[in-house]
Design a protein around this ligand. Structure first.
Ligand code: NAD
Length: 495
């Protein structure tokens, strides 16, 4: 079986003392082995990144920008190849894989504007003959630790800005779909990035722990589930590193009585079941305001679920592929079974649906009369399961969402501008959609949730990433005409 290795200083290497299996989720068959990095291999990757840092930092900004212009072109030209890699290891349908590449390209386009992003500020004559200016300097070696569900987009969220800002990177992709990161590293180097600026280590917790403990790693960008995000934030920040750790989600979509109910049903089906619900911005809770709205939506959504085409991601007819693993499929089934046991109404039970072959497929599920306290509401399922919570008023909807521990995304469907404006003002969530079910910000803005969906201060990609991946330095300058000696022990005053 093919062994997937690390990419350190542009060399593919691996001791492969321990390995994992990479499956094809559509067939359930093992297709590759992936090497799990030892702490020594992680140290070698960090050392490669550290060794390249002075040269990359010294590279002129226009030359740096060239890499991103070329990378963008390569990503466009090679997107079908890259999408095929994503689909073969993740399982999502090819159109969705191309979608994540196109969203990742936005981050590359943003990074190509690095000349603007890295401009500092200057104030002349703050006191007589004294000028002040600020500069943004790279933090150093950055570790990027990414989840399985976006094997191209999330690595691009991190690497594009980090590298543009003059840092060097060690990327640790998910061990479940590790090949895309290697392909990406190859494209970066084809675009002109020097060897050692972007290194990839494969592996599991052992590799992550080694990155967290490496003294030369100065900043950690993490995206994954909430318990791991929280522990990474605590451990790395205690070690004095800069950390942003994005976690899981429970995204609520509110439907007001005045909404276009057919449009809302289409949006709910697309946002709940797209990519088999394995998106951190998937809608997992539909909040129907009023029983009439709830009844109308449940029947419309149930009807739409019967028409969804579930099959291998490589089949152009498929709208939804398999889940990432057999274990995850069983976990999703347990949530649906548990919801029935807890008194919710399982309107559509996709877990009962049988598929030919050994692939990790499941059908889509719709569960009505869900409320807080039920596991299906309280926990992130990360599968094609939509829970419906019935509330009687707008205020009740807002209160429900603001009390949820997660705070990634939310959306409201309404025709009323005043209600939409109030929602935007009242809701304590990082990303808000108005008649937009998956409000992932375009690359010129930053992405991030509140509460248990993000540990750390900085949101990811966009302007906040420039802040995260740089340290600011302020220089106060006087070029004195030194004609007379003057000693002053007082605190420097500009007055
Ligand atoms: P995960 O937390 O299991 O893994 C994420 C990364 O952490 C992987 O690289 C994995 O190898 C590593 N890891 C796993 N266990 C670890 C441990 N005990 N110690 C240290 N590192 C460990 O997440 P996943 O299953 O790959 O991805 C799905 C999760 O990611 C979902 O919860 C989803 O909501 C979340 N996610 C969040 C966002 C966001 O932007 N907030 C985006 C995508 C995914």
């Amino acid at each position: 079986m093919n062994l997937i290795r690390h990419h350190i200083a542009a060399q593919q290497t691996a001791i492969a003392e321990r390995t994992g299996t990479v499956f094809d989720p559509a067939t359930g068959t093992a297709q590759h082995e992936v090497a799990f990095a030892t702490p020594a291999e992680v140290d070698a990757a960090v050392a490669a990144a550290k060794a390249t840092l002075p040269g990359w930092r010294a590279t002129g900004l226009v030359r740096r920008a060239d890499v991103f212009f070329r990378l963008r072109q390569l990503l466009v030209e090679r997107q079908d190849e890259l999408a095929a890699i994503i689909t073969s290891e993740h399982g999502k349908v090819l159109s969705d894989a191309r979608g994540e590449i196109s969203r990742g390209i936005e981050n590359v386009e943003f990074a190509a504007g690095l000349l603007h992003l890295l401009k500092g500020e200057r104030a002349e004559q703050v006191a007589r003959g004294v000028d002040v200016h600020s500069t943004k300097q790279p933090v150093g070696v950055v570790a990027a630790i990414t989840p399985f569900n976006f094997p191209v987009m999330v690595p691009l969220w991190m690497t594009a800005s980090a590298i543009a800002c003059g840092n060097t990177v060690v990327l640790k992709p998910s061990e479940k779909d590790p090949s895309a990161a290697l392909f990406l590293a190859g494209l970066y180097e084809e675009a002109g990035l020097p060897a050692g600026v972007l290194n990839v280590v494969q592996g599991d917790r052992v590799a992550v722990d080694a990155l967290l403990d490496a003294p030369d790693v100065r900043a950690i960008s993490f995206v994954g589930s909430t318990p791991i995000a929280r522990s990474i934030y605590e451990r790395a920040s205690a070690a004095g590193k800069r950390v942003q750790a994005l976690g899981g989600a429970k995204n609520h979509m509110v439907v007001m009585p005045d909404a276009d109910l057919d449009g809302a049903a289409d949006a709910a089906v697309s946002a709940a079941y797209g990519s088999a619900g394995e998106r951190c911005m998937a809608v997992s809770v539909l909040v129907a305001v009023g029983d009439q709205v709830a009844d109308a939506l449940v029947s419309r959504i149930a009807a739409r679920t019967t028409r969804l085409v579930i099959g291998p991601g490589t089949d152009p007819a498929s709208e939804m592929g398999p889940l990432i693993s057999a274990a995850h499929r069983d976990k999703v089934a347990a949530y649906v079974a548990g919801a029935a046991a807890e008194g919710a109404t399982v309107v559509v039970d996709g877990t009962a649906r049988r598929f030919d072959g050994e692939g990790f497929f499941t059908g889509v599920s719709l569960i009505d009369h869900v409320h807080p306290g039920m596991k299906v509401y309280d926990e992130e399922i990360f599968g094609p399961v939509l829970a419906v919570v019935r509330v009687q008023s707008y205020d009740e909807a807002v209160d429900l969402i603001n009390r949820n521990p997660f705070g990634n995304g939310t959306a409201i469907f309404t025709r009323d501008g005043g209600t939409a404006r109030s929602f935007e003002y009242d809701i304590e969530i990082g990303m808000v959609g108005v008649n937009v079910p998956i409000p992932v910000p375009v690359g010129a803005f930053s992405f991030g949730g509140w509460r248990d969906s993000l540990f750390g201060d900085a949101h990811i990609y966009g302007p906040e990433s420039v802040h995260f991946y740089t340290r600011s330095k302020v220089t106060t300058t006087r070029w004195p005409d030194h004609t007379s000696s003057q000693v002053d022990l007082g605190f420097p005053s500009n007055h």
